[in-house]
Design a protein around this ligand. Structure first.
Ligand code: ADP
Ligand code: ZN
Ligand code: ZN
Length: 807
C-alpha cells in the first residue's frame, strides 16, 4: 500500500537505460500515485510518459525534478503485469521502460502533439504588448490567443499564418512553454470505411456544392444511415462532401462500432472422440487451477478451434478469464469470428483495424472484467484479463508472434510465463509445431494432446511432387506450370471446383540483371536486389520500399539487354490468365491487399466462388477453411530453402504442410502438387508425406549437431551504423568484450549480416550460443553495459534473444 506521505516516486521511462528515475511528487499527487500508474515527467528538455514503479521517502543522492502530471487514477498495469514486464526485460535483455511502453496500449497508440501555454513572463508581456496593439502580427496574435487558454501547435498553425516562426521566437524569449500531450485522434478523421453518414434532421436550405448535392440526393432517396466506404463508388468525392456537410451540421457522421470478423456463424459441434479427450484434459487442468502447458498437435482440418472454444467456456464457467492469441486477426478471421459468435458480449477483440479509441474501450472492458474472453495478436498477451485461467496460442510456430523491434519478445513464450505466474493453463496449438515446442514434449516440459484425424473422417489430400528439372528435360521449356499441374487445374475448372496456387514471393520477377555484364540492380539503401513490379512499372525494394523506374539501359555498362529473372506471384497470375483465359483469377499478396477490406473482398469473393483460382503468397496458406478447394499447387517449393537461416528447412516444411492443408476440407478429397528443383530435400519429402514426426526427428539431429536451438540458448547481436568503418569498429569492440571467449559460450562472427546493408546502415552480426539462459543473459548484459558506457548511439546495438530471423 502506498503511504500517503511518500515524497518520491521511481519511474520507469522509455529510454535505453536500465534503471528507473526518481522524481519528487508534488503535494497534489502524493496520495494518488500507485505503482502501475502512468506519470508525465520532465526528462532533459523533453517530457516523457513513464510508469510509476514504487513510491518512497528515501531522499535521492542528487537533486531530483518534480513529476508533472498523473495520467491514470487507477494503475494501467497491475502487480501481475509489472512482474511480467520485469521478466520480459530481463529475459530479452531489453530496457524495462521500453517493455512497459510496449505493454500499455493506451500510450503507444495515442497521437502526440505539442501544446503551448504562457509563462509568467509571457503573461506579463501579453498584458503590456497587447495594450492598444493592432492585429496582424503573428507574435501578438498568438499571445492574445494563449491568454485565454493553452493551445496545440496544429490549432495555432490553422488560425495564425506564420505561426511556426512566431512560436520559435516566443520560446526563445521564454514567453511560452511547450508540453507534449497525448490527444485522441479526431474520430471523424477515421477512414471512410469506418464512418456512417445520415441526415441530422436539420433542413438543408443552404447552397451546396455539386458533390454535396449528390450526397444529399442519395440520402433522400435512401433514408437511414450508410457506410461512407460503400458509398464511394456511388457518389463522387463522398468523403469530402460528407465531412463538409457534417461541419455545417446538416448530416451526422459517426464512427462505426468495432468491426468484427465477418465470418459465417457455425453451430457448436458435438466433439468427436479425439476432441473430447483433449477437451477433458484441459477442463481438468483449468478446474484444478494448475499451471500446465499443453501442445495440441492437430493436423489441418482436425477441429482445433472447437477445442479452444470449449476450453474457454469451461474457464468462464469457473469464473476465470481466457485469452486466445492468433498470429494476425485480419489474415485469419475464422478463429476470431468463431469466438465472437460463441461469446458475443463477453469477448473483447484487440484488432489492429480498430481506432485508438476503440482499442482503449476494449482494453477497459477487459480490465473491468466485462469481457472475460479476449482474442488478440502478439501484444494481446499483455491484456489485463482478470483471473486468467486459460491462454491459447493458435499456430504457435508462427513468426508474427515475435516482435521485430525492441522489446523483441515472443508472444508465445511470454504467454507461458504469464500463465505460470497466474496458475493458468496454456494450450499451444498447431499442425506443425515449432521444433522447440515439440522437443519440450520429449523433455517432459509440455504435455501432448493430439488430434490425429480430420473431422468427419475426411481424408488428408494426396500429395505429388513434380521434379521441375525433369520437366525441363522433357519439354525443353522453362515453364511456370508443369504438365501435371496444368491438367489438374484444367480438371478443376471443368468440374467447377477451386484451386489455390502458392508462390511465396511477390512481384513479377525477383531480380533484374544485365545480360551483357551480369550487373544486378540493387536497392540504393540496402544490399539486396530490387524486384520488378509490373503493374506499377517499377523496381521495388522489399526491405525498405525504395522504388525506382525501370532502366532502359544497364546502369553499369549501358547495354540495352536487360533481363527480368525469377518469378513472383504477379507473374504467376499473368501466366494463369494467359493459359486459362476462361478462368476467373484473383491474387492475394501484399500488393493486392492494401487494406483489410481489400483482403476480405478477395478472400470472401473466393469463398463465394466468384473466382476459380486464387494465387498468392503465404497469406493464402494461413488457416482459411474453404470447402470447395480441391487442388493446391505449390508453384515453387524452393523459394525459402536457400535462405541463409538455420530455420529454412523448418519454415519450408511448415509452409508446405499448411498450404497442403487447405485442400479437401469439404466433401471432395483434395489433391496437392508440389513443384520443385529439390525433390530430394528432406523438408519437401516429409512435407509431401505429411510426416511431421519424420521431419522432427531429422531436423532435431541437425540442430543437435550444430548446437542450434533447442540445444542452446541463442542470441543474435547486431551492430549497425551509417558508415561502414563505424559498424566494423563497433563490431570489433563487442568481440573484444567477449575475449577471451568464456568456455560456456560459443560465438560466431562478428561477420557481415546476411543483408549487409539495410536502410542505409551497414550491419555486422555475432551469433551467440550459450549452454544456459543464465550464462547468455550475463554476457549480453556485459555487451549492453559496454555500449552504454561507450555512449553508442541508441540504435547501434540490437540484441535479439531467441531470434526467429537472422537476416
Ligand atoms: P483446424 O484449425 O484444426 O485446421 P478447424 O478448427 O478449422 O480445423 O475445423 C475444421 C472444420 O471442421 C471447421 O469447418 C469446423 O467447423 C469443423 N468441425 C470442427 N469440429 C467438428 C466436429 N466435431 N464435427 C464436425 N465438424 C467439425
Ligand atoms: Zn551491364
Ligand atoms: Zn531497400
Amino acid at each position: 500500500m502506498t503511504d500517503p506521505e511518500n515524497e518520491y516516486c521511481d519511474v520507469s521511462l522509455p529510454v535505453p537505460l536500465d534503471h528507473a528515475f526518481t522524481y519528487r511528487l508534488p503535494l497534489t499527487l502524493r496520495h494518488r500515485v500507485k505503482p502501475g500508474c502512468r506519470l508525465l515527467v520532465p526528462f532533459g528538455p523533453r517530457k516523457l510518459t513513464g510508469v510509476a514503479l514504487a513510491c518512497h521517502d528515501e531522499p535521492p543522492a542528487a537533486q531530483v525534478r518534480e513529476a508533472l502530471r498523473l495520467l491514470d487514477e487507477e494503475p494501467v498495469l497491475d502487480e501481475e503485469l509489472l512482474r511480467l514486464a520485469r521478466w520480459v526485460a530481463e529475459y530479452y535483455s531489453a530496457p524495462l521502460g521500453e517493455v512497459l511502453r510496449a505493454m500499455t496500449p493506451l500510450t503507444g497508440e495515442i497521437r502526440r502533439t505539442k501544446r503551448y501555454s504562457l509563462t509568467d513572463a509571457g503573461r506579463e508581456a501579453a498584458r503590456q504588448l497587447l495594450l492598444g496593439a493592432e492585429g496582424g502580427d503573428p507574435v501578438l496574435e498568438i499571445l492574445r490567443m494563449l491568454e485565454a487558454r493553452p493551445l496545440t501547435a496544429s490549432w495555432l498553425a490553422k488560425k495564425v499564418p506564420g505561426s511556426e516562426k512566431a512560436i520559435r521566437s516566443l520560446l526563445r524569449k521564454k514567453f511560452i512553454e511547450v508540453e507534449d500531450i497525448h490527444a485522441d485522434r479526431d474520430p471523424l478523421r477515421a477512414a471512410a470505411a469506418r464512418l456512417r453518414v445520415q441526415f441530422s434532421g436539420r433542413p438543408v436550405d443552404v447552397k451546396l456544392k455539386k458533390t454535396e448535392r449528390e450526397l444529399v440526393a442519395f440520402l433522400e432517396l435512401y433514408p437511414g444511415s450508410h457506410n461512407l466506404g460503400t458509398l464511394q463508388d456511388k457518389v463522387k468525392n463522398v468523403s469530402t462532401a460528407a465531412r463538409s456537410l457534417a461541419r455545417r451540421g446538416l448530416v451526422e457522421l459517426r464512427v462505426e462500432g468495432p468491426v468484427m470478423p465477418d465470418e459465417p456463424k457455425r453451430p457448436p459441434h458435438t466433439l468427436n472422440p479425439h476432441q473430447q479427450t483433449a477437451f477433458d484434459e484441459l477442463k481438468k487442468a483449468i478446474e484444478f487451477e494448475e499451471f500446465r502447458t499443453y501442445l495440441l498437435q492437430g493436423i489441418t482440418g482436425s477441429g482445433k478451434t472447437e477445442v479452444y472454444l470449449r476450453a474457454a467456456e469451461s474457464a468462464l464457467a469457473v469464473g476465470r478469464g481466457a485469452l486466445l492469441l492468433v498470429p494476425e486477426i485480419a489474415l485469419t478471421p475464422a478463429v476470431a469470428g468463431q469466438f465472437y459468435h460463441r461469446f458475443g458480449d463477453r469477448v473483447a477483440i484487440l484488432h489492429s483495424a480498430f481506432s485508438d479509441r476503440e482499442r482503449a474501450e476494449q482494453w477497459r472492458r477487459i480490465r473491468s472484467g466485462d469481457a472475460g474472453v479476449v482474442v488478440g495478436t502478439r501484444s494481446g498477451v499483455f491484456a489485463p484479463v482478470r483471473n486468467l485461467g486459460l491462454i491459447v496460442v493458435d499456430e504457435e510456430q508462427d513468426q508474427s508472434y515475435k516482435q521485430e523491434e525492441t522489446p523483441r519478445y515472443n508472444g508465445r513464450d511470454v504467454a507461458i510465463v504469464r500463465a505460470q505466474q497466474a496458475g493458468a493453463c496454456v494450450v499451444l496449438g498447431s499442425a506443425t509445431p515449432s521444433l522447440e515446442s515439440r522437443y519440450n514434449i520429449d523433455r517432459k516440459r509440455y504435455r501432448a494432446l493430439s488430434l490425429p484425424e480430420r473431422v468427419e473422417n475426411r481424408p488428408l489430400p494426396e500429395v505429388e511432387i513434380v521434379d521441375m528439372r525433369e520437366e525441363f528435360l522433357a519439354t525443353r521449356r522453362q515453364s511456370t506450370f508443369s504438365r501435371t499441374l496444368t491438367s489438374a487445374i484444367q480438371d478443376r475448372l471443368e468440374r467447377g471446383e477451386q484451386t489455390m496456387l502458392l508462390l511465396n514471393r511477390r512481384g513479377f520477377s525477383s531480380f533484374v540483371a544485365c545480360r551483357a555484364c551480369g550487373e544486378r540492380i540493387e536497392c540504393r539503401d540496402c544490399a539486396v536486389t530490387l524486384t520488378y513490379h509490373r503493374r506499377d512499372r517499377r523496381l521495388l525494394c522489399h526491405y525498405c520500399n525504395y522504388a525506382e523506374p525501370i532502366p532502359s539501359r544497364c546502369p553499369a555498362c549501358g547495354s540495352e539487354h536487360i533481363n527480368f529473372l525469377g518469378q513472383g506471384s504477379e507473374r504467376v497470375e499473368e501466366e494463369l490468365r494467359r493459359n486459362f483465359p476462361e478462368a476467373r483469377v484473383a491474387r492475394l499478396d501484399r500488393d493486392t491487399v492494401t487494406s483489410k477490406r481489400a483482403f476480405e473482398k478477395i478472400l470472401y469473393g473466393f469463398r463465394d466462388h466468384a473466382y476459380d483460382i486464387l494465387v498468392g503468397t503465404q497469406m493464402i496458406a494461413k488457416g482459411h477453411d474453404i470447402p470447395n478447394v480441391t487442388l493446391v499447387g505449390i508453384v515453387s517449393a524452393d523459394v525459402g530453402l536457400g535462405m541463409p537461416d538455420f530455420r529454412a528447412a523448418e519454415r519450408t516444411f511448415q509452409l508446405l504442410t499448411q498450404a497442403a492443408g487447405r485442400a479437401g476440407r469439404g466433401d471432395v478429397p483434395g489433391q496437392v502438387i508440389i513443384q520443385t528443383l529439390n525433390p530430394d530435400h528432406y523438408a519437401i519429402r516429409f512435407a509431401s508425406g505429411q510426416d511431421y514426426e519424420g521431419f522432427f526427428a531429422k531436423e532435431l539431429q541437425f540442430r543437435r549437431l550444430m548446437r542450434y536451438p533447442p540445444f542452446s540458448a541463442l542470441a543474435n547481436v547486431l551492430v549497425r551504423a551509417e558508415k561502414k568503418e563505424n559498424a566494423l569498429r563497433l563490431a570489433g569492440e563487442l568481440s573484444q568484450v567477449l575475449n577471451p571467449p568464456p568456455p560456456e559460450l560459443k560465438t560466431m562472427g562478428p561477420a557481415e549480416a546476411p543483408v549487409p546493408k539495410l536502410k542505409r546502415e551497414y550491419r555486422y552480426q555475432m551469433l551467440i550460443k550459450a549452454a544456459s539462459r543464465v550464462v547468455l543473459r550475463e554476457h549480453l548484459a556485459r555487451l549492453r553495459d559496454h555500449a552504454l558506457q561507450q555512449r553508442w548511439p541508441p540504435t547501434a546495438l540490437v540484441i535479439d534473444v531467441d531470434p526467429l530471423s537472422l537476416l
